[in-house]
Write a protein that binds this ligand. Structure first.
Ligand code: HEM
Ligand code: HEM
Length: 299
């Protein structure tokens, strides 16, 4: 098929999603699949919901404009070089491609025909080939190994596996539900379910098997006005729960370092940073009780 036909098919899909105001839904679905397929990518594609949507929109704009590949390949080469700087790696493309195809399939359903699928695959592969070649020729001099990634080594085993994490989270959510301030976020939420979800999520974040099928934290919390103060209170409970389960201070530090990598995508400086899911949804705000007693950090 000539590449302009591919471009038309891609445009048809994207125009339809734009008309139905479903581009953010596509992006949400993409990141949910992406981080499920490869949780480590949350370290590379980080940021809050608006930043993630913007990064996704940039990728779509590129794929939408691919026509005469030979003429624009120098632009793609330059983009690939920038990606080396972002910490993107050759092996990341597999999950990226799969997540994109899954998200398109889910949102477009019958409009994602076999021809559309072929158009996306061929276009993605053509761009990815150029990007991967450039990345191969220009390896990163220093690996983007964050502190959290180093802390992750053997952490799951050192903690004592999934059961231990579950026990920590039981203590942790008991404490959160007893906190007169933070509990405001959790009314009507099933504690049991949160304990299980949080456990699945952290097992994956520690490098274990990924059974977490929910949305990434940036999306889950996007409408919640969570301040740094609240996040710090939460950290105190988490640290206490880890220590009370008999785990060492070293393990607590390594656990918290990984937990911390998600804070920037959740914390907000003003209520205006909240992003709503639906048109008439209100930001979720919680008022500090006048007689609030913050937990003490004894460690
Ligand atoms: C066909 C595949 C891809 C395309 C067309 C694409 C396109 C883009 C574009 C156009 C941008 C905007 C910034 C710029 O132009 O430099 C961007 C940003 C970004 N991309 Fe990609 N990308 C692709 C694959 C990937 C992969 C596999 C990763 C690694 C997981 C990745 C990670 C990133 C990151 C981290 C940014 C954000 C940079 C920042 O604003 O901080 N991309 N991408
Ligand atoms: C003060 C900080 C935080 C508050 C107030 C908060 C609040 C909440 C609330 C209310 C929910 C339930 C959402 C719902 O059922 O609709 C939730 C779910 C969740 N949160 Fe947080 N959160 C905080 C920090 C974090 C952090 C740092 C992480 C990651 C390390 C995280 C990971 C999760 C996960 C995995 C879920 C389960 C999502 C699901 O049901 O699929 N949260 N959080």
């Amino acid at each position: 098929m000539p590449d302009y036909t591919y471009q038309n098919l891609i445009r048809e899909n994207l125009n339809q999603l734009e008309k139905q105001k479903k581009m953010n839904a596509l992006s949400t679905c993409f990141f949910t699949h992406l981080f499920h397929l490869n949780p480590e990518l949350a370290d590379v594609l980080d940021g809050d919901v608006m930043m993630l949507h913007r990064k996704f929109a940039n990728t779509m704009a590129t794929l939408k404009n691919i026509r005469y590949l030979d003429k624009i390949s120098s632009a793609i080469e330059a983009m690939a070089l920038r990606h080396v700087g972002y910490g993107a790696e050759i092996q990341h493309f597999t999950a990226f491609r799969q997540a994109l195809l899954n998200a398109l399939q889910e949102l477009l359903a019958e409009y994602f025909t076999a021809s559309h699928q072929e158009a996306w695959q061929k276009t993605f592969d053509a761009v990815a080939d150029i990007m991967q070649r450039v990345m191969q020729e220009n390896p990163r001099l220093t690996q983007k190994k964050t502190i959290a990634m180093t802390q992750k080594t053997h952490l799951l085993d050192d903690i004592g596996g999934t059961e231990k994490i579950l026990a920590v989270h039981q203590r942790f959510y008991d404490a959160i539900y007893n906190d007169t301030y933070l509990v405001g976020f959790f009314h009507h939420r099933s504690k049991r379910e949160l304990i299980e979800k949080q456990t699945e999520f952290m097992v994956a974040a520690f490098g274990g098997e990924n059974h977490y099928a929910g949305q990434p934290p940036a999306f889950i919390h996007m409408h919640m006005f969570i301040t740094k103060e609240m996040s710090d209170i939460r950290t105190i409970y988490l640290k206490k729960s880890i220590r009370e389960e008999g785990l060492s201070d070293d393990i607590a530090q390594r656990w918290l370092a990984i937990d911390h990598t998600f804070h920037a995508s959740i914390e907000k400086k003003s209520v205006g940073e909240c992003v709503m899911r639906a048109l008439f949804q209100q930001p979720l705000t919680v008022k500090k009780p006048d007689d609030y007693q913050a937990p003490m950090d004894h460690t």
